[in-house]
Structures are given as structure tokens and as C-alpha cells.
Write a protein that binds this ligand. Structure first.
Ligand code: DC
Length: 224
């Protein structure tokens, strides 16, 4: 089984990159953030509060999360229900970030992530700890980064397309706060693995990032 692992801060373009790489290589796109989000949704439905560490850990050990292809789109399944849209609300984003701090929750999710990968011939895993904790032996490790200012601009553009006008300074502040939270978490903080290739994509299009990293993967995996 071949693993390409990609970590980086929110807004660096990891998900788009990982999805496109997985498609190009015929690998599973292991969206670990979606798995924490699915757990958050299950917790919300079971009326488990974000501070109930023991119940959250038990829930993480019980739930089944997996991915299925529908046409050329990958869907997120929670106990066989398609929750791809339900996990993308701001409420679930907030809840996922709160429950992902618990070690018991993380251990259960990491076990699930490794089990899903083991069923495939190749995965592109993406998250905050896939290069450092989940797949320390990954064949290719990428740390995808962009400056906070660039990420705030991207977020502003994304929101504008949805008809939402958000002030740049406020978005920048949110990004800086989230970065600080991700990096200061005691268990599995976001950090650059010593053997990761750092890709800084300020000013690049999604296509440029994809072409650059695809080429890196081909070289590393001997696919050229
Ligand atoms: O990447 P995302 O926004 O979908 O992730 C949702 C939340 O889960 C986010 O707050 C960070 C957390 N997460 C994590 O702690 N570890 C991962 N490997 C992936 C996501």
C-alpha cells in the first residue's frame, strides 16, 4: 500500500490538492478532517457535549466512517448514511475542532484511518497529523503552506462567491487564531515532519499546486 500524506494549515488548499492527486493516481482520498467532522455530527445527534471526553471517546470507538465513490465524486458515509453535506456547516466545523483535542478520540480515529488505508493499494491522506502520527512511514510527505494573508484572501474570495461579504481583517484574525490552536494542541499538534517536502503556494493557482506536487510524487514513487 502506497501512502502520500499531506498536512498543512487551514486554507492552504490541502483538500483540493489531495482530491485531485487521488483522482490522478487512482488512490483513495483519505480526508481525515471529514472523519473528525462525521464524529462531531454523530456526537451532536447523540446530544453529547464537547466537554464529555469519555462519551466522545466511546463514540469514536463505535462509529463507522468510510468513503464511497459516486460517479467520480467521493462521498463521506457515517454508519452507512451519506453525510457529505451535513458535515460542512459552520457548527460542525467548530465542534470538530473542539473534539479533536482529546487523545482517546484521536487514537480511535487514527486506528480507523489506518484500517481504511490498509484496504486499498494507495491513499492520499490529508489533515493535520497524517505525516507525523498517522502515517510516519508514508512514501511521500508534503507540508502544504501559504501565508496567513494569502489564506485570508482566498477565504474572502470563496465567501464572495457565496454572496457573503466578510472583512479581510476579521478573516485574517480567525486564521491566525486557528493556526495558533492547531499548533499548540498538546496531542498531535500541526508541525512539519522532518522528512516532509514544504510546498509554499502563495500566488499559485490550484492547478499549479497540483502539477507541482504530482511531479514530486511521480519522482518519489518512480512513476516517471
Ligand atoms: O480539515 P478540516 O477543517 O475538515 O478539519 C476539521 C477539524 O478536524 C479541524 O478543526 C481540525 C481537525 N483535524 C484534526 O485534528 N486532525 C486531522 N488529521 C484532521 C482534522
Amino acid at each position: 500500500m502506497t501512502v502520500i500524506a499531506i498536512d498543512g494549515p487551514a486554507g492552504s488548499g490541502k483538500s483540493t490538492l489531495a482530491r485531485n492527486l487521488a483522482r490522478a493516481l487512482g488512490f483513495l482520498f483519505l480526508d481525515t478532517g471529514a472523519m473528525y467532522r462525521a464524529l462531531a455530527l454523530a456526537a451532536q445527534r447523540a446530544h453529547i457535549a464537547p466537554d464529555e471526553e469519555v462519551r466522545l471517546t466511546e463514540l469514536a470507538q463505535q462509529i463507522k466512517v468510510h468513503f464511497v465513490m459516486q460517479g467520480d465524486e467521493q462521498r463521506v458515509m457515517l454508519n452507512d448514511e451519506d453525510v457529505s453535506e451535513a458535515i460542512r456547516t459552520p457548527e460542525i466545523s467548530d465542534l470538530a475542532s473542539r473534539i479533536s483535542v482529546y487523545s482517546g478520540v484521536r487514537r480511535a480515529m487514527v486506528a480507523l484511518q489506518r484500517a481504511l488505508a490498509a484496504q486499498t493499494h494507495g491513499v492520499v491522506a490529508e489533515g493535520r497529523d497524517t505525516t507525523t502520527v498517522v502515517f510516519p512511514e508514508a512514501a511521500v510527505k508534503i507540508y502544504l503552506d501559504a501565508s496567513p494573508q494569502e489564506r485570508a484572501r482566498r477565504r474572502q474570495h470563496q465567501l464572495q462567491q457565496q454572496g457573503i461579504n466578510a472583512p479581510y481583517e476579521q478573516l485574517l484574525q480567525q486564521i491566525l487564531e486557528r493556526d495558533a490552536r492547531d499548533a499548540s494542541r498538546p496531542d498531535s499538534p500541526l508541525r512539519i515532519a522532518p522528512d516532509a517536502i514544504v510546498v509554499q503556494n502563495d500566488g499559485w493557482t490550484k492547478e499549479q499546486t497540483f502539477e507541482h506536487v504530482l511531479q514530486l510524487c511521480r519522482e518519489r514513487l518512480g512513476l516517471n
